[in-house]
Ligand binder design. Structure first.
Ligand SMILES: O=C(O)C(=O)C[C@]1(C(=O)O)C=C[C@H](O)C=C1
Length: 356
């Protein structure tokens, strides 16, 4: 076949695809009507997981799964607009890693709300000004994100999904490396680039700010100043990437949580996040973990934060495999409660198994 023949065939297929996509969209409109009658949440993380798993199973190539998943994510982004335009809050300004994670997860068709700090993301959900929020919770090099952990203690939002994203840091500036006197970034990012920073600079001052995108914005306005952030932030704020991939560990992954007023329905491959506090006495945490062992509750993360109410009392954050509606987990959590001052379920959500 000639090039023209092949292109004619592509044109025919494209027209069929447009028809099919709109046929799908008309069904989505019906789903939206049903949900508005039952007041159900628009974002259905369990169904999203099912749809993407079905697409992967059906794929016989030559397109890679990754391409089809990206297309279907964009389709579902369009579905939100047809059902109810979603507003998604993230730690801004535009160009932050949270922004990139949000765009990869929820696509181009939804509305995004950049906020000045992580706590504001939680507050916007609590006040129902936004439908969903996306916040970093832990990084494979730097560990837990304190602002997110504290906001989970202090607000009533639920966790409905998680997202894993590879994060690469770059030194962004409009001056030469040897002229850099000040570096702005998020404290967690300095921690992820600690060895590189000590090896590269003797004198440059590191100054913590709320986000990497804010750092880039500020660096663009001040002489002899750099920021550590993403390639996207460099492009948005007119900075050059003077050193690339400066993270100490190349495989640097951040886990984000999607927060909302409701958690997710079971998918068969879920995680649950809980928060509990124990009294300051010997073996208090061990007693809770003993119950987890008894009910085969398999933990995937544990973090602690001071209670800020009494000295040496802590809140513990635990993630484990399974959904809180499973009987084994319900019984296990009830028994755990007896060893806690307080225990709350932050939410169950589909387990993320791939990078975005
Ligand atoms: O099935 C739903 O609940 C939908 O909202 C439809 C749909 C889709 O386009 O397939 C949209 C977004 C996701 O939340 C999951 C599914």
């Amino acid at each position: 076949m000639s090039l023209d023949d092949l292109r004619n065939r592509i044109d025919e297929i494209d027209l069929e695809l447009v028809k099919l996509l709109n046929e799908r969209a008309r069904v989505v409109v019906e789903v939206g009507k049903l949900k508005s009658r039952t007041d159900g949440p628009i974002y259905a993380p369990d169904r999203e997981k099912q749809v993407l798993a079905k697409i992967r199973r059906a794929n016989q190539g030559p397109l890679p799964d990754r391409t089809l998943v990206a297309i279907w994510r964009e389709l579902m982004s369009g579905s939100f607009v047809l059902e109810k335009p979603l507003r998604i809050a993230y730690l801004g300004p535009a160009g932050s890693f949270s922004h990139t994670a949000a765009m990869l997860k929820f696509g181009q068709s939804v509305e995004y709300e950049p906020l000045a700090d992580i706590r504001s993301v939680f507050d916007e959900i609590s006040k129902e000004h936004c439908d969903l929020g996306i916040v970093p919770i832990e990084n494979s090099t730097g560990g837990g994100v304190i602002e997110t952990l504290d906001a989970l203690i202090e607000t009533d939002v639920k966790v409905c999904a998680e997202v894993l994203m590879a994060v690469h840091h770059n030194l962004l500036a409009n001056c030469l490396l040897e002229d850099v006197e000040k570096i702005y970034s998020k404290p967690e990012v300095f921690a992820q680039c600690r060895n590189w920073l000590t090896a590269t600079f003797k004198e440059a001052k590191t100054i913590p700010v709320a986000s990497t995108a804010r750092a880039a914005q500020m660096a663009a306005e001040e002489p002899n100043t750099a920021a550590i952030g993403s390639k996207i932030a460099a492009e948005l704020y007119g900075l050059k990437m003077i050193c690339e991939n400066i993270e100490d560990i190349a495989n640097n992954i951040t886990r984000f949580l999607v927060v909302s007023k409701e958690d997710a329905k079971p998918t068969g491959e879920d995680k649950t996040a809980i928060l509990f506090s124990t009294a300051h006495k010997a073996g208090a945490l061990a007693d809770v973990l003993e119950v987890f062992k008894k009910y085969n509750i398999n933990m995937t993360n544990i973090e602690s934060r001071p209670s800020k109410k009494r000295g040496w009392e802590y809140y513990f954050f635990v993630d484990f495999l399974g959904h809180h509606t499973e009987e084994r987990i319900q019984i296990g959590l009830e028994e755990s409660r007896q060893h806690c001052l307080q225990l709350s379920i932050l939410g169950s959500f589909p387990r993320a198994t791939e990078l975005l």
